[in-house]
Design a protein around this ligand. Structure first.
Ligand code: KG4
Ligand code: ZN
Length: 346
């Protein structure tokens, strides 16, 4: 480590294994010293995450990834103050690996184990500091739109560990909509980044797909998925090369249909609460169309927007470790016998 540790510095090892990324990170207070992520390529040929294969890959990855995170940080196991791990929500078998690993290690080292809610951690990614880099963090209360493969949520963040759920999807998550539409377009998995890539040079107004009208601050994407499915089926009957010939415009139009309700509900939530500090989090917050749309809206509405660095949009253990640090400060420690939670509300 470049700077010597001070007495009150807290070193946390974070472990993330809720889906298809095995990650370990070491933080000193809110500063990351390392953040190692092993992506699982094994799912690509199946077009989606295969839970059992994810668990097996986590088993193979977790020790080397943790070793790499510690050695990159220059921190020994016995210097750690606490171990933070994703207790849920996520795939049961995948969570089991990280949870068993973290709980055993904390027992062996005699240090506290801290249970982290993955969705809270995505939001707290905004508080990660990187050595030598200036970071501006949102002021409380702020609104956060969490858009990932499994969740789409609008949250009022009152403090670092205080969250109010204001709205969420009633069916598919935004990331799921990206991935399912990508699969219909014959693109690989995960499809979100591929749609993002092709959309960059496409015309978003070329194809109009219906947008769900959901009550309040909720979202719905199942109608979009069905309409893209039938639209492509009919278009391919007339021209079997339809997708190939129109890929960029199709991607841009699908992306626009996913993003539009996100911005719309954020505007509504901001108007209702009077809060103009706005953040996004989760894998879909890496989407360039969403980031651009948010910046444009911010200029129009006078919002202060916070976009996570791309490294911290998708699943990573740095956000788990930083969340762990905040819980450590409040002595919010877990129980060694607690099982993982596949479902766990924010
Ligand atoms: O947060 P995350 O890594 O995992 C979950 O907690 O679910 O999010 C993964 C999701 C996937 O659906 C993936 O397609 C989507 O984030 N994603 C994107 C982009 N990068 C990742 N979607 C759209 N555009 C992107 N650039
Ligand atoms: Zn996630």
């Amino acid at each position: 480590m470049s700077s010597p540790l001070k007495d009150r510095d807290i070193l946390v090892l974070g472990i993330e294994s809720s889906c298809d990324e095995t990650s370990a990170a070491v933080t000193c207070n809110t500063t990351i010293l390392s953040n190692v992520i092993a992506n699982q390529k094994v799912h690509q040929e199946y077009g989606g995450v295969v839970p059992e294969l994810a668990s097996r890959a986590h088993l193979q990855n977790i020790v080397p990834v943790t070793h790499a995170a510690l050695s990159k940080a220059g921190v020994g196991l016995h210097q750690l103050h606490a171990l933070a791990y994703t207790r849920g929500p996520g795939l049961a078998g995948a969570l089991m690996v990280g949870s068993a690993f973290a709980r055993s290690l904390s027992l062996a080292l005699g240090i506290p184990v801290i249970e982290i809610n993955h969705l809270q951690a995505h939001i707290l990614a905004h508080f990660i500091r990187q050595p030598g880099k200036e970071t501006t963090t949102p002021r409380f209360p702020f609104l956060c739109l969490t858009v990932s493969g499994g969740h789409t949520q609008l949250i009022r963040v009152n403090d670092k560990l205080q969250f109010n759920l204001m709205g969420s999807t009633i069916d598919d998550a935004a990331g799921e909509a990206f991935d399912k539409c990508a699969s219909m377009l014959g693109l690989g998995y995960p499809g979100g980044p591929l749609i993002d890539k092709y959309a960059a040079t496409g015309n978003a107004h070329r194809f109009i797909f219906p947008r769900a009208r959901t009550a309040g601050l909720n979202f719905s994407y199942s109608g979009l998925k069905t309409s893209v499915l039938y639209f492509l089926r009919d278009a391919k009957k007339k021209n079997e090369n339809f997708i190939h010939e129109n890929l960029n415009d199709l991607c841009a139009s699908v992306q626009q249909s996913i993003i539009h309700p996100l911005i719309e509900k954020l505007e509504r939530a901001s108007a209702e609460t009077g809060i103009t500090e706005i953040a996004i989090a989760g894998g879909v917050s890496a989407n360039s169309g969403l980031r651009k749309a948010l910046q444009i809206t911010a200029q129009q509405r006078g919002w202060n927007v916070f976009l996570p660095d791309l490294e911290f949009c998708t699943d990573n253990a740095a956000m788990i470790a930083v969340n762990g640090y905040f819980k450590y400060l409040h002595s919010q420690f877990g129980e060694i016998g607690n099982p993982p939670l596949a479902r766990w509300r924010i």
